[in-house]
Ligand binder design. Structure first.
Ligand SMILES: NC(=O)c1ccc[n+]([C@@H]2O[C@H](COP(=O)([O-])OP(=O)(O)OC[C@H]3O[C@@H](n4cnc5c(N)ncnc54)[C@H](OP(=O)(O)O)[C@@H]3O)[C@@H](O)[C@H]2O)c1
Length: 258
C-alpha cells in the first residue's frame, strides 16, 4: 500500500502514538519516501517533568518509525494546551522544533469549537480537522479561512466519516435512522447521477484550495486503488447538500452511545 501510495503522489502519512502497532508497522516497511505526521497522547496525570516526557515519547516514536525527524507532531487532545501544563507542553514542542526533530507542531481536533479555546500565545503550524459532505463546520464556522489567513497548514480527515458515507442503504446500522431524510437524499443522488460515493466524498474536500492535505483511511490495497482512481476526477454534477451539524452524527466517538 505504501509503494502504491508513493507511486501515485501521496507524500504524507498520518499516524499516532496511540494507534496500536501502526508506527512500528510503518517503520518496518520504511517511511523515507513520506512526510510523517504523528500525534502525542495526553500527558499522564502523574507526569512530573513534561519536557522529559515529551522528549521520551517523541524519541520512542522516531525509533519505531525508523526516522530521524517527523514532519508534523500534533496533540491528540487540544485541551492539553490550556493552563500551566499547556504552557510547559507548548515550550517542549517548540524545543523539539528548534532541535529539528519536528518541522511543524499542531493539534488534531474533533470540532472547530476547540480552536476558540487555544491560548493567544500558541502559534499552530498545522491543524487536522474532520471535514466531509456532512460535517462542513470547518468551513461554515469561518475557521478554514481564518487558519489559512494565519498561515496554518490544514489537513482534513474523516472524508468518508469512518466509512459510513460509503455504506449501502441495507448495511446502514439502524442507529443512524434519526438522519433517515439525509440518507434518503444521499442514496437518491448517488443512484440518479450514477456516481461512486468514494468519488463524491473525495471531491468535497479536494474542492477547497485552503485544504493542504486530505487524509484518507483505507483498510486494504483495493480501497486505496479506488481512492487513487477517483481522486483525480470530480463528478460531472454538483455535489449534494448533506450538511448536518448534529454532533451525534458527525463525531464518531459518540456513536457507541446512539
Ligand atoms: N471502497 C470502500 O469500501 C472503502 C474505500 C475507502 C475507505 N473505506 C472505509 O473508510 C474508512 C476510512 O474512513 P475515513 O478516512 O473517513 O476515516 P476517519 O473518519 O478519518 O477515521 C479515522 C479515525 O479512526 C481513528 N483511528 C483509530 N485507530 C486508528 C489507526 N490505527 N489508524 C488511523 N486512524 C485510527 C482515528 O481517530 P482519532 O481522530 O481519535 O485519532 C481517526 O480519526 C476505512 O477504514 C474503510 O473502512 C472504504
Amino acid at each position: 500500500m505504501l509503494q502504491l501510495a508513493a507511486a501515485n503522489g501521496i507524500d504524507t502519512l498520518d499516524t499516532a502514538i496511540a494507534y496500536g502497532e501502526s508506527e512500528t508497522c510503518l517503520g518496518e516497511v520504511g517511511v523515507q519516501d513520506f512526510k510523517v505526521v504523528t500525534k502525542l497522547p495526553p500527558v499522564p496525570v502523574d507526569c512530573t517533568d513534561i519536557s522529559d516526557w515529551v522528549q521520551e515519547q517523541v524519541l520512542a516514536s522516531l525509533d519505531r518509525l525508523g526516522a530521524g525527524a517527523v514532519y508534523g507532531l500534533l496533540l491528540h487532545r487540544s485541551d492539553q494546551l490550556l493552563g500551566g501544563i499547556g504552557k510547559k507542553l507548548y515550550r517542549a514542542l517548540q524545543a523539539l522544533k528548534d532541535k529539528g526533530v519536528v518541522q511543524k507542531v499542531g493539534i488534531s481536533i474533533y470540532s472547530p469549537h476547540e480552536l476558540e479555546t487555544i491560548p493567544k500565545h500558541v502559534r499552530l503550524d498545522l491543524v487536522q480537522a474532520p471535514f466531509n459532505l456532512i460535517d462542513r463546520r470547518l468551513y461554515t464556522t469561518g475557521w478554514l479561512s481564518r487558519l489559512k489567513n494565519d498561515g496554518v497548514e490544514v489537513h482534513s480527515r474523516s472524508v468518508f466519516l469512518q466509512g459510513l458515507l460509503l455504506m449501502s442503504k441495507v448495511a446502514m446500522p439502524p442507529k443512524f435512522a434519526p438522519w433517515s431524510e439525509l440518507w434518503e437524499r444521499w442514496f437518491k443522488w448517488l443512484s440518479v447521477y450514477d456516481v461512486s460515493p468514494v468519488q463524491a466524498c473525495l471531491a468535497f474536500p479536494l474542492g477547497f484550495p485552503e485544504i493542504d492535505r486530505v487524509v484518507v483511511g483505507a483498510d486494504n490495497i483495493n480501497q486505496l486503488e479506488q481512492i487513487i482512481g477517483f481522486a483525480g476526477s470530480r463528478p460531472a454534477v454538483e455535489l449534494p447538500d448533506l450538511h448536518c451539524d448534529a454532533e451525534d452524527l458527525v463525531n464518531p466517538s459518540r456513536w457507541s452511545r446512539l
